[in-house]
Design a protein around this ligand. Structure first.
Ligand SMILES: Nc1ncnc2c1ncn2[C@@H]1O[C@H](COP(=O)(O)OP(=O)(O)OP(=O)(O)O)[C@@H](O)[C@H]1O
Length: 446
């Protein structure tokens, strides 16, 4: 994926070359817009006024999506903010970040969102949560070190920060230090280069709670491991609490010194496993409440069913759905959520079905050729199979509308929407058509 500025410049060029857009229109609407960011497939664009936003939303959005797709092969959704909104957002952000810096003691690096209050307990994390609470009550005594391990995006960092916040709440003078193993390594190297190893020792050994994230990245780094061993010893002997996270158990981390492996196992190692459906729904509900958005229960369940990998993905899906709803000025429903997630690789159990596979099956089933499906002939005996093939491509693959259009001989994505809507409506009334589509689906998804 190109960076967002390059992508924007490419999209801008495509608008400029578009014959249906006058020079004046280009100057008024496109040239005055400015990209701000690209995250989770959403490009934030600053426009001059709400009038500009309305114009973009009514007239230019479809082309934007099409052009973005040409350059990235992915669906990018634009989200517009006016100059005024942007300024207010920036002011709010800088006020919050000032508050956050004040709230936590200097240099703790704790994320203010990662507290026990915002952590949803489920079967995959309840032991880890209980251990984190116990350590917060009696740091340095019960489980030292506390070692969380498990797959990505399951809440290890969140829990570790929650311990830090809790200790600071119990006693604001507590010295808490959070660091990733990579940051620890870089800090150590810098201290050697600048002849400041004493300061480095002070920084890491004079704390009450040391949180080290992702210790698997200590693998292979001999000198850093040596240094960390001494940090560990100093803290442990002074009964200071150490909390570590990793994607695997200590003895499974390659090239980790035996003495570190054994020390990491002294306390309690506890795994976090992926959340079950109920926990995923509860997490989504908590996020919706935190963001102050209304989402019906059935829609939360739908999203939780679609995304069963990890919580970071759940959060990404939620952000995308909210942006979609905002863009369309619509309430969040299951249909809207389904549209918002369609183009992403979410729920990838369908991903083995491809558009050429569908075209092949449909062509054989109706005794036409794939070239007919991709062509422009208007006989009913070809038009219906073509529309069915487009319908199935949208239903059974995660391809975007422009991509389906391209695979059907370069058709416009509005043709794809029209075919999809037509077949969907006909299926309600036409039993024979429903049977044919049912046959094709079961052939494609045996
Ligand atoms: N039980 C939970 N309740 C609420 N939010 C959660 C929960 N678990 C994880 N999250 C959220 O999911 C996101 C990812 O979690 P986190 O960064 O803690 O994962 P991780 O296990 O440390 O992953 P990695 O190994 O990739 O660093 C965070 O925004 C976190 O707040």
């Amino acid at each position: 994926m190109p960076n967002y500025i390059d992508l924007w410049n490419n999209i801008k060029n495509s608008f400029e070359k578009d014959d249906s857009m006058s020079k004046a229109s280009f100057g008024a609407w496109v040239e005055t817009a400015e990209p701000i960011s690209l995250e989770n497939h959403i490009m934030k664009i600053k426009v001059l006024s709400s009038l500009h936003r309305d114009y973009w939303t009514k007239h230019l959005i479809e082309k934007f999506v099409e052009y973005a797709y040409q350059f990235t092969d992915q669906d990018i959704t634009p989200e517009f903010v006016t100059e005024d909104e942007f300024k207010t957002q920036q002011a709010e952000r800088s006020a919050t970040s000032k508050k956050e810096t004040k709230a936590s003691t200097e240099d703790t690096q704790l994320n203010s969102r990662y507290t026990f209050d915002t952590f949803v307990i489920g079967s995959g994390n309840q032991m880890a949560h209980a251990a984190a609470m116990a350590v917060s009550d009696e740091p340095g005594v019960l489980y030292n070190p506390l070692f969380f391990y498990g797959g990505v995006g399951l809440g290890k960092t969140h829990l570790m920060h929650a311990i830090g916040h809790q200790l600071l709440e119990n006693d604001p003078k507590t010295r808490v230090k959070y660091v990733t193993s990579e940051a620890f390594t870089n800090d150590f190297i810098n201290s050697i280069q600048k002849n400041k190893t004493e300061e480095f020792h002070e920084k890491y050994r004079n704390v009450d709670l040391l949180l080290v994230d992702d210790v698997q990245f200590f693998a292979d780094k001999e000198a850093t491991q040596e240094e960390f061993f001494h940090t560990f010893e100093a803290l442990y002997n002074a009964q200071k609490q150490i909390v570590l996270t990793s994607d695997r158990l200590p003895n499974e981390i390659p090239k980790l010194q035996e003495r570190l492996v054994s020390r990491f196992k002294w306390g309690l190692s506890i795994d976090i496993t992926p959340p079950n459906l109920e926990t995923r729904i509860a997490i989504l509900r908590e996020k919706a409440q935190a963001d102050n958005v209304e989402i019906p229960d059935e829609t939360l369940e739908y999203i939780a069913n679609r995304i069963d990998s990890n919580i970071r993905e759940l959060e990404g899906a939620m952000a995308r759905i909210q942006a979609y709803a905002k863009l369309q000025n619509a309430a969040i429903t299951t249909d809207l959520a389904s549209d918002a997630l369609r183009s992403l690789n979410f729920g990838s159990n369908l991903s083995h079905i491809t558009i050429p596979m569908i075209q092949d099956k449909v062509a054989k089933y109706f005794h036409v050729t794939v070239a007919d499906l991709k062509g422009k002939k208007r006989m009913k005996s070809i038009v219906i199979p073509r529309q069915i093939a487009m319908y199935l491509s949208r239903e059974l693959t995660e391809s975007s509308l422009p991509k389906i259009g391209t695979e059907f001989g370069g058709k416009d994505h509005t043709t794809v929407i029209h075919s999809f809507d037509k077949i969907k409506a006909e299926l309600e009334k036409d039993e024979e058509l429903a049977r044919q589509v049912g046959d094709l689906k079961s052939e494609l998804k045996p």
